[in-house]
Write a protein that binds this ligand. Structure first.
Ligand code: MG
Length: 336
């Protein structure tokens, strides 16, 4: 196995603002694994909130490159376990390598991953399209620029309810909101019923990630389903969320790849929780990995390639919320 990597800073079409800040570019770490001439690709975008910059991914990979390369690859799940022990502090790097391992595995099997897993791609939920925080006029303009069946609206600022009400005047699309941990319990109790009246279907991460006391109360009182994002990072967080959230938002980068994401989906099902699979503004490489898992989920938030103005690969198509798969093996992506 040979490993190489590249760092990209992919520009957003519009500056992207959530309750935690604004960015104009998405730094992302791309790995290529070469297994006897079969190439696999994986991706991990850096999210400052999780404190793993792309430079740290490069540094850790350089330091243990020989160990990554000497593994006798046969099965991606075994490879993930090996990587997980090799990089216990760098789940993002593990994610990129795990994804590339699955890409190679699918290519060895000559099947797209969804087919290898026997998934029915007709069960793939429609993806939402995210509207970042901005002046209401600009948010309306972004919505009009991209007619879409489901919008995810970033909230967690003063006048956020008034803004959603303003957007509602311009579309009948499904709305979901993401507060990115910005509300207190009192604010959430006051705002969520208003959002329900505005036709919002679910609320993502209303409270701080460790406000379990607040979540317990909100879980009992909220008229809308609540989804954990920042509160549900890794495998063992799924169980913690039961009784506090109605569902979880799994993201490959935070949980460290396709291998643990599959376990989390299974665990959530056992605990009777809904499953969303989300993105961290991945290019088409990371987005393809999300797409292959999407038929197993209830909600899909996979709009990275739509928000970015530059892509480094192709292979994922979008048609008004519907994901268009191809029948190429592995992740099914080609570098541009
Ligand atoms: Mg979120």
């Amino acid at each position: 196995m040979k490993v190489s990597y590249k760092i990209h800073h992919l520009p957003f079409k519009h500056p992207f603002t959530i309750s935690k800040g604004t960015k104009t570019h998405q730094p992302t770490f791309i790995v290529e694994l070469d297994h006897f001439g079969i190439k696999g690709y994986g991706e991990a975008p850096a999210i400052s909130y999780y404190n793993i910059p792309v430079e740290k991914m490069a540094e850790d990979l350089e330091r243990k490159k020989t160990f990554v390369e000497k593994f006798a690859f046969s099965d991606p799940e075994r490879y993930w376990h090996y990587l997980h022990h090799l990089f216990p502090e760098n789940s993002f790097l593990v994610c990129a390598l795990d994804m590339a391992g699955w890409d190679i595995f699918g290519k060895i099997k000559r099947q797209p991953l969804y087919q290898y897993w026997n998934l029915d791609i007709n069960k793939t939920p429609l993806t939402d399209y995210t509207i970042g925080i901005d002046e209401p006029d600009i948010m309306i303009q972004k919505m009009k620029e991209k007619p879409w069946p489901i919008y995810k609206i970033k909230v967690g600022f003063d006048n956020d309810i008034e803004t959603v009400a303003e957007l509602r005047k311009h579309t009948d699309a499904i709305f979901r909101v993401d507060a990115n941990a910005a509300w207190t319990l009192d604010i959430a109790l006051q705002k969520i019923p208003l959002l329900k009246e505005l036709g919002v279907e679910l609320v993502e991460q209303p409270l701080a990630k460790d406000d379990w006391e607040g979540m317990k109360i909100l879980f009992e009182k909220s008229p809308l389903p609540l989804f954990a994002d920042e509160s549900c990072v890794k495998d063992n967080d799924v169980e913690k969320c039961a009784g506090f959230f109605h569902g979880i938002n799994i993201k490959l980068t935070k949980c460290s790849g396709i291998t643990p994401a599959r376990r989390m989906i299974q665990k959530a099902r056992e605990m009777n929780m809904k499953v969303m699979i989300g993105c961290m503004n991945e290019s088409s490489i990371g987005s393809a990995a999300i797409a292959h898992l999407a038929p197993l989920t209830d909600y899909l938030d996979m709009d990275g390639p739509l928000l970015l103005s530059e892509d480094i690969a192709e292979g994922v198509g979008y048609d008004y919320g519907k994901i268009i798969f191809n029948d190429k093996p592995g992740l099914g992506v080609l570098l541009k």
